[in-house]
Write a protein that binds this ligand. Structure first.
Ligand SMILES: *[C@@H]1O[C@H](CO)[C@@H](O)[C@H](O)[C@H]1NC(C)=O
Ligand SMILES: *[C@@H]1O[C@H](CO)[C@@H](O)[C@H](O)[C@H]1NC(C)=O
Ligand SMILES: *[C@@H]1O[C@H](CO)[C@@H](O)[C@H](O)[C@H]1NC(C)=O
Ligand SMILES: *[C@@H]1O[C@H](CO)[C@@H](O)[C@H](O)[C@H]1NC(C)=O
Ligand SMILES: *[C@@H]1O[C@H](CO)[C@@H](O)[C@H](O)[C@H]1NC(C)=O
Ligand SMILES: *[C@@H]1O[C@H](CO)[C@@H](O)[C@H](O)[C@H]1NC(C)=O
Length: 476
């Protein structure tokens, strides 16, 4: 006797109706409203921490920092020694759409590292051209397109087996590669050309060159969930070129502010919101852009709890934006409905990029292979008026503990071009006498004729030797 069990039929009918939802539930962030999965225990947020040379792994359902994946030693311990063979300077990040892998770029050793999200193990490491900065997996969940800023071509890597599988020439030091939602088109920005290459993925050829961007230097950019808005950030100029990918037109230029870092998007209440981190003013600016063919409108600014907000990525359900504060080693969790910071997490040192991956750990706790490198507590920061020269000249000094030495960093702003400056502090362990710590030149010209010193770095024992409060910077 053959009896048709009604249950499978029922399930089958349900499945028929559920198919579109189930398939689209695979959407990674930024995802169109309603199509990404709600934040769950299976999701992870990852930051690329340049100084501790780690990836920090966060569980967004509880906002717990689970640990870090070390790609090598932290700055500056072994890394300049002749025997050192590991990666240096974890920086950019991308993911595969199936949520199984992330890619992290080491800018100093030109390393493309692929990590398995389920157990934090390293799947492959490939050495590519100079300054591998940002990369993304193509829609095949396997091939990685790498923006290598030191050369005039993109490198294609097999993320699973490792190895270079191709190159695509594009002039001007490609900085980052992104793919359209359907995977057929890739976009590459540059650091030495005010142009953006539109590349047909299948034929690996440039099909369009968007010229006339607001600045020559663009390190980061982002596509909205529907792929129709492309915001290209210009860190040195403090602007964002807004492109409509329907016809590759430039619909506007946003004057966002000094040290503009990364853009990203959420869809809330039926509108697309563009967020841009502006590092020099410790804020993330929020714009609305309902129509990709019209320029965005400024809405509000979200003040960071920390200093120098850099990378940012939303959850797939559009309810949260995670923003890494580069100079305080923290991540702010922003509620996208109230546009306010609801939590702050301590992560690895000097976070650059951040990504949100849905369903990264489908089962288990995902704690394998995690350590604590870089989770050393907060960095100290001090914003100083610079003595001599221009009236509004300023220097941000950051001191963080690293393996027996301290990393001493200065960002000099509104300085006199090609002028030499000195940072000094009182030496508490030598009777309070003021000691010059280092000299630097403001060699990076700005549009208004000033000079900046974007990243002055030194490593020495600062804590317990010098008085942090006595720090000053003056023209030599
Ligand atoms: C890549 O992953 C996405 C999301 O899970 C999936 O829809 C797609 O079919 C995968 N592509 C390949 C070639 O496996
Ligand atoms: C795009 O146009 C710019 C400006 O004309 C040019 O310098 C660049 O080489 C072009 N890029 C490509 C890939 O042809
Ligand atoms: C950024 O943060 C630093 C350190 O807290 C602070 O001194 C400075 O005033 C902030 N800058 C702005 C523009 O808010
Ligand atoms: C979205 O709508 C809700 C309910 O009206 C409101 O509370 C919230 O502030 C809105 N959020 C944004 C970002 O517009
Ligand atoms: C500043 O110095 C750089 C290199 O030291 C030099 O190339 C440039 O011409 C100088 N600029 C000015 C305005 O002196
Ligand atoms: C600053 O520039 C001067 C003049 O070019 C040069 O002699 C000096 O070595 C530079 N100092 C630093 C710290 O680079």
């Amino acid at each position: 006797m053959v009896l048709l069990n009604p249950l499978p039929v029922l399930l089958w009918v349900q499945w028929l109706f559920l198919v579109p939802q189930v398939a689209s539930a695979q959407r990674q962030a930024p995802a169109p409203a309603g199509l990404g999965e709600p934040i769950s225990d299976r999701d992870r947020v990852y930051t690329g921490d340049q100084s501790s040379n780690t990836i920090t792994v966060v569980k967004p359902s509880t906002n717990e920092v689970l640990g870090t994946i070390a790609l090598g030693d932290s700055r500056l311990s072994g890394v300049i020694g002749p025997q050192y063979i590991k990666a240096v300077n974890a920086h950019g990040m991308g993911y595969s759409r199936d949520g199984k892998h992330i890619v992290v770029l080491s800018v100093t050793t030109n390393t493309v590292t692929v990590v398995r999200c389920a157990d934090n193990s390293i799947v492959s490491q490939t050495f590519v051209d100079r300054n591998a900065h940002e990369a993304f997996f193509a829609a095949d969940n396997r091939t990685i397109w790498v923006g290598t800023r030191g050369v005039d071509r993109i490198t294609l890597v097999d993320g699973i087996d490792g190895g270079v599988v191709g190159h695509i020439p594009t002039y001007g030091g490609p900085s980052k590669v992104l793919f359209s939602p359907d995977g057929s088109t890739a976009y590459a920005n540059h650091i030495r050309s005010p142009s953006l290459s539109v590349i047909d993925v299948e034929s690996q050829t440039i099909v369009h060159n968007i010229t006339g961007l607001a600045d020559t230097f663009s390190s980061d950019m982002m596509l909205s969930a529907d792929g129709r808005r492309l915001w290209v950030a210009h860190k040195m100029a403090g602007t964002v070129t807004v492109i409509n990918t329907d016809d590759y037109s430039i619909v506007g230029v946003l004057e966002t502010g000094a040290e503009t870092n990364h853009p990203n998007f959420v869809e809330v209440n039926g509108t697309t919101y563009g967020y841009v981190t502006v590092a020099a003013t410790n804020e993330t600016k929020v714009y609305t852009q309902p129509d990709p063919a019209s320029p965005p409108d400024f809405l509000t600014s979200i003040r960071a709890t920390g200093i120098e907000p850099h990378g940012l990525w939303p959850s797939a359900d559009n309810t949260r934006m995670y923003i890494v504060n580069e100079h305080t080693d923290t991540v702010d969790v922003v509620d996208t409905a109230s546009l306010s910071v609801v939590d702050t997490l301590d992560v690895g040192q000097e976070g650059q990029a951040i990504v949100y991956v849905s369903n990264a750990v489908p089962e288990g706790d995902g704690l394998l292979n995690l350590g604590t490198q870089g989770l050393r507590g907060r960095a100290k920061n001090k914003l100083l008026s610079v003595e001599g020269g221009k009236e509004d000249a300023a220097a941000l000094i950051t001191v963080r503990d690293q393996n027996g030495l301290d990393m001493f960093q200065i960002i000099g702003r509104k300085l006199l071009l090609n002028t030499t400056y000195v940072a000094a502090a009182e030496c508490t362990s030598c009777g309070g006498v003021e000691v010059p710590l280092l000299e630097f030149n403001a060699t990076m010209p700005t549009m208004d004729g000033c000079g900046t010193a974007p990243q002055v770095l030194a490593f020495f024992k600062f804590e317990d030797v010098y008085d942090f409060d006595s720090l000053r910077v003056y023209e030599k």
